[in-house]
Design a protein around this ligand. Sequence first.
Ligand code: BYC
Length: 470
Amino acid sequence: MSIDYTERIPNNVDLAGDRRLQRALESWQPRFLQWWGEMGPTLPTQDVYLRTAVDVGRAGWAHFGRVRLPDYRWGIFLAERNPDRRIAFGQHKGEPVWQQVPGEHRASLQRLIVVQGDTEPASVEQQRRLGLTAPSLYDLRNLFQVNVEEGRHLWAMVYLLHAHFGRSGRDEAEALLLRNSGSEDAPRILGAFNEETPDWLSFFMFTYFTDRDGKYQLGTLKESAFDPLSRTCEFMLKEEAHHMFVGTTGVDRVVERAAQLMREHDTDDIASRGGIPLGVIQKYLNFHYSVSLDLFGGETSTNVASYFSSGLKGRWQEERRGDNHVLTEEVTAVERPEGGQIVSVELPALTALNHDLRTAYIRDCETGVTRWNRILDGHGITGHRLALPHLGFNRKVGVFAGCHVTPGGQIVDAATWAAGRPSWLPTPADKAHVESLMRPVYQPGKIAAWLAPPRSGINGQPLNYEYVRF
Ligand code: BYC
């Protein structure tokens, strides 16, 4: 089904056939645009070479072209419906999926949708000033692409709230525009979304680690028995892949440039040569990875057990799992601190599902580290390795919260932690150095000196294409 772009809100949900819903969303739209104007990208531009979703079918879903940012067509798209789809897990396993929200699951489903929705505008807020220091027009365009699509993901959740949750859904949709990242009075719901993204190394780490939490959470919501949520998340995941590509290749390019400078000058201390030392890259990695681990919630959670049993939220790749998909008898091994040591204990699999998802996420994160170390190998740099810190490192949520764990996985006292902290997490001096490199490069084809150029342009365009016009 092709989408009609003459509509105020492009969609494939037959909005025109439901005038009440259409009017409700049309009255939310100006508030969204006001929020975008106040909290979205601060850099004024004439137009940007962007991808816009135009279809949900297999034969190509995106159109590329120059767009004025405020005119971007934020639409509502659900993946195609499978009329035979059945619930794959939990107590309702085997029953047909739900097209409407069952009354008994209303509050929980609304909560999940609100938490998911809250992260989308939060990331746009966190990234709003990055355009002022973009290392190239290619990177600037990628930033804006990520931003407009996070805006569209907000629309995706707001649609569900308006269409299925009545008055309280509409109130929550309003509130999504009223909370703000880092605000004292009305912060965003999850920790990582109140942190700053002040520089491009943070942006690349965020899109690698935090957007990857998005991939895994959307993957579990795609399994939901509530079919409109499942179909929405399925389509969001298509867009999400590019966001993680921005992170993976962004870190690639910073590591690549660091390696080149190390070789060229035969020193690890490349800060004075205009690069970001590997030790600083590691500290940024430690920070973004650990706050992203917190996003999965506690290792044991009755919330997640009941989401699973009632069919609201499945596991990563639920249907490919070879077990009974009910999990009432199963156990899972979970690491936790006990008596100054980290021990493995067996817990009921149902309450350990956040841990299960986090484990799949960690495996995925490891592929990035392997890739970055391969870049170092390629430059003959063998004495340095990037690594993921221990899962207990710097945690604020779950069994490791309040416990001092080193990146190597040792439990230490507060004094040892405080003494080690400057070598594990970015210091004010590290941040100041990274900040000092953040100078905008807006000439087509030119790239800042602290990162390598990308391997290719966007959608077959050359690297010196004018991706953004002022
Ligand atoms: N910060 O039972 P627990 C993305 C709260 S990212 C603050 O252990 P549960 C994106 C928790 O809400 C993906 N609070 O956790 C990426 C609960 O509060 P209530 C976002 C936290 O409920 C980049 C209490 O602590 N999507 O899409 O099993 C750019 C006890 O928690 C945190 C989702 O998260 C925290 N880190 O699981 C743009 C999916 N962690 O309810 C976008 C929807 C926990 O007792 N959300 N708490 O007041 C969920 O599935 C779950 O809510 C969570 C938590 C996984 C977040």
